[in-house]
Design a protein around this ligand. Structure first.
Ligand SMILES: [Zn+2]
Length: 307
């Protein structure tokens, strides 16, 4: 293989996935390892060295890393990773570049999922996209004019937009964040409070019960759809996206909550935003790795030496 490849790394809280990505965003090799084995800089660096060795024949021209936390993408410095202690204020880009003599770019992981979605996924070719991961928490990214919309510290913490002045206390310390209305931990707690006799193990089970028309499960998803719809309406009034892409475990119930979410948006959003709007569920595989590789390819191409 004579074409250049880019090492994309999707550094999740439980697994670290990596692979070689082409400039077009195609994934040609993939590896997965437990993140716990790479908790310290030294072990992560050794692993990257092994990957570069293993992927030698792809002529890796740069490294892209999506990290699950708050970081400065311009300097490639991590501020903190909530689920991976020990990386506070770590200059990841500078250290990796010195060690491997390759250009390195670091970005928030959700931003890279969103980037992959607009380059090779459901939102391909769209300029303005809101991407939400509905998992334990609520993560999000905005694509603006076809590029990641970035603050100084990279991530848009949409999950911590206040939704109610009264609600429950959120993991971030504040009260009433939208995450406490649509995050899976809170959905499960709410459902199990309603259904003490037959608690569910996880959100998937609540979905299955709703598909069997169990009334409490249907009520939970109905309330969820109203909350998500209202939140999306607010986001749409700010960002006016052409498409909203939903990913993460809770989006598994997409078929169930989509009609209600759309009807809440249609009733309440300001009308010009609805003209060309679609709500879809992500189907992209390995979006984190591919987004990381695509980021490197594009940054190097912008410098004039990438292809
Ligand atoms: Zn919060």
């Amino acid at each position: 293989m004579s074409k250049k490849g880019y090492l994309g790394i999707d550094w999740g809280g439980t697994v670290l996935k990596s692979g070689v990505v082409t400039a077009g965003g195609e994934l040609v090799r993939k590896e997965t390892v437990s993140s716990r084995r790479l908790a310290e800089p030294d072990s992560l660096f050794k692993y990257v060295a092994r990957l570069l060795d293993r992927f030698q024949r792809y002529r890796v021209a740069g490294i892209g890393i999506g990290a699950p936390g708050i970081l400065d993408p311009r300097r490639g410095q991590i501020y903190s990773l909530p689920n991976v202690p020990g990386w506070e204020r770590y200059p990841l880009k500078a250290r990796l570049e010195r060690r491997f003599s390759l250009p390195v770019f670091v970005e928030n992981d959700v931003n890279l999922f969103a980037l992959a979605e607009v380059r090779v996924g459901a939102a391909r070719g769209k300029d303005r996209v809101l991407y939400l991961t509905l998992g334990t928490g609520l993560g999000g990214a905005v694509i603006w004019d076809g590029e990641i919309l970035e603050g100084k510290t990279s991530a848009l913490e949409v999950g911590h937009v206040p939704f109610s002045p009264k609600g429950r206390r959120c993991g971030c310390g504040a009260v009433g964040c939208i995450e406490t209305y649509v995050g899976n931990k809170y959905l499960l707690q709410r459902y199990n409070r309603m259904n003490k006799a037959h608690p569910a193990q996880d959100v998937k089970e609540i979905y299955q019960r709703a598909m069997r028309k169990e009334s409490q499960a249907l009520a939970l998803w109905d309330t969820f759809a109203v909350h998500l719809g209202k939140f999306l309406r607010g986001m749409m009034n700010i960002f006016n996206p052409q498409m909203v892409v939903l990913a993460g475990g809770v989006s598994g119930a997409f078929r169930l909550f989509r009609p209600k979410v759309l009807s809440v948006i249609r009733q309440e959003a300001m009308w010009p935003h609805l003209e060309d709007f679609t709500l879809v569920r992500s189907k992209l595989k390995d979006g984190g790795i591919r987004g990381a590789g695509i980021m490197v390819a594009e940054k190097l191409a912008a410098r004039g030496g990438g292809r």
